[in-house]
Ligand binder design. Structure first.
Ligand code: FAD
Length: 470
């Protein structure tokens, strides 16, 4: 059966030829697994690709890239499928799906792991924790390592060990012309610089090598929940503490609505609260002193901060972040001045759905000590990253939530330089990309794009447009 693409018609024989050259499979409209294969985490993006190439390895990726180029197909690259903006799917084009590629080799002596690009943080933590090692990963274990790392990667180890991308030591990349290159500090150093924060603009990354660190298996971590009535005091005291916390402690304040979870009294369910989440990345007994003041930001409704497995903390929030809901994120790097706290509280009181919320990620520590020019992720100065989240189980009314998130972001961003984080950006608009990089960094990214993807084959991303294209 032939299939329609945005560019024309692909005949059976042509698709058969593609399939014959793969170890993986091709899924197309009409196949029994098509609806499952085309689904992405964010249900706000319901697209119908012409072909989904489920790659078994680098050779399949080369084949897929060559085929897409020969047929002039729009290409979406998929790791863990968590793109908020829906970049890992498309209408009428090809999805290069890396999710079957889940191999990892840990070298416990050199403290390195080479991980295939289809792994999630749950997969990679599983492999590295077998050796008592870890690298900064996501707060939700189903998030893919690839998109997360290429955009930066903020997690519970960010203040101890920097972003995921700060720990990237090399990557294998299939470029738009079907070549395979290895990028690290010595080979293709400009590409390596761009991969650490510049997103999926420069080719298909098939494997990532990270530096690992001893972490766990037990850490001191969890949640402390405070009532809305104490919100101003809690945020203000947290603001005063964050500059003094040891690097091993990373925290996040979540201005949210209490979910119906068993550790919260029933009368609190559905009310606005402030949740302090955090992890101390050393021996749990050593962390008690650092964590103590977090228990005294106010009078907690619940305190479930205690020793737990690192992998337990890495998946603690999973039940709240299941696939299939409608989601929009937008962000701003800010300083939590009194005026910023006023704005945050004002917006918290207007959240339009129980799962729409404001996350304040504490930065600083090792993250802040990376020189701005070392990687394409160069926003190192701000002490807080605010992620504004609109989330709803259904499509109806979602536009209203998105409008709330955008308005909130504009108000909050006034308390910083107006900059944002690509991984928390639910739009593809060029002004958002510009707001994510200082102009000198953006110009350098354009030069790398010109060298590795001059025709903008990889454009479903926070796009760095090559010079000479429109
Ligand atoms: P995908 O949708 O598969 O990929 C996103 C984009 O990245 C692709 O469209 C492509 O442009 C690029 N890409 C992915 N893989 C490759 C590859 N191998 N080669 C080239 N390009 C590629 N971010 C944080 O910093 N910290 C968090 O704690 C965090 N938590 C999150 C929790 C949830 C529930 C969600 C939905 C997102 C979270 N994010 C977080 C944001 C996350 O980092 C981005 O959504 C990221 O893009 C997800 O990567 P992925 O591989 O799962 O996504």
């Amino acid at each position: 059966m032939s299939i329609d693409t945005a560019q024309g018609v692909l005949g059976d024989a042509t698709i058969g030829e593609l399939e014959a050259g793969l170890r993986g499979t091709v899924v197309r409209p009409g196949d029994a697994s098509y609806d499952e294969a085309r689904a992405v985490w964010n249900a706000a993006h319901d697209k119908h690709p012409a072909l989904i190439v489920r790659c078994a390895g680098t050779a399949d990726v080369i084949r897929a890239v060559e085929f897409a180029r020969s047929q002039d197909l729009l290409v979406a690259v998929r790791g863990g499928a968590h793109s908020i903006a829906g970049f890992s799917t498309c209408d009428g084009g090809m999805v290069i799906d890396l999710s079957p590629m889940k191999g990892a080799v840990v070298d416990p002596v050199r403290r390195r792991v080479v991980a295939q690009a289809g792994m999630t943080w749950g997969d990679l933590d599983h492999e590295t924790q077998a050796f008592g090692l870890a690298v900064t990963g996501g707060l939700v274990s189903s998030t893919g390592i690839s998109g997360f790392t290429l955009g930066g990667g903020v997690g519970w180890l960010v203040r101890r060990h920097g972003l995921a991308s700060d720990n990237l030591t090399g990557a294998e990349v299939v470029t738009a012309d079907g070549r395979v290159v290895h990028a690290d500090a010595r080979e293709h150093p400009e590409l390596f610089w761009a991969l650490r924060g510049g997103g999926g603009n420069f080719g298909v990354v098939t494997s990532l090598e990270y530096e690992l660190h001893p972490v766990g298996p037990q850490v001191l971590a969890g949640l402390i929940v405070y009532p809305l009535a104490q919100a101003r005091q809690v945020i203000t005291r947290w603001r005063e503490l964050i500059g003094r916390m040891p690097d091993g402690l990373t925290t996040l304040l979540n201005l949210t609505t209490a979910p119906p979870v068993p550790f919260l009294p029933e009368e609190v369910h559905g009310t606005r609260v402030v949740v302090l989440a955090g992890m101390y990345a050393g021996a749990p007994a050593d962390g008690e002193e650092a964590v103590g003041p977090l228990r005294r930001l106010g009078t907690p409704i619940a305190d479930i901060m205690g020793p737990m497995p690192y992998t337990g903390m890495q998946s603690l929030l999973d039940p709240l972040w299941t696939a299939g809901a409608h989601n929009y994120f937008t962000s701003a790097f800010i300083e939590p001045s009194d005026a910023a706290i006023d704005a945050l509280l004002r917006r918290h009181l207007t959240t339009p759905s129980p799962s729409s919320e404001l996350h304040l990620h504490q930065l600083g520590g090792a993250f802040g000590r990376v020189p701005a020019e070392a990687t394409a992720f160069s926003q190192r100065q701000a002490s807080v990253l605010c992620n504004v989240i609109a989330r709803s189980p259904e499509a109806s009314g979602f536009d209203r939530l998105v409008a709330w998130a955008r308005e909130t972001r504009e108000e909050i961003a006034e308390h910083g330089q107006g900059t944002m984080y690509v991984n928390f950006t639910g739009d593809a608009a060029e002004d958002k990309v510009r707001a994510s990089y200082p102009s000198a960094v953006h110009e350098r990214l354009v030069r790398v794009k010109d060298a590795y993807d001059p025709t903008n084959m990889f454009r479903l991303n926070q796009n760095i447009r090559p010079s000479g294209t429109s």
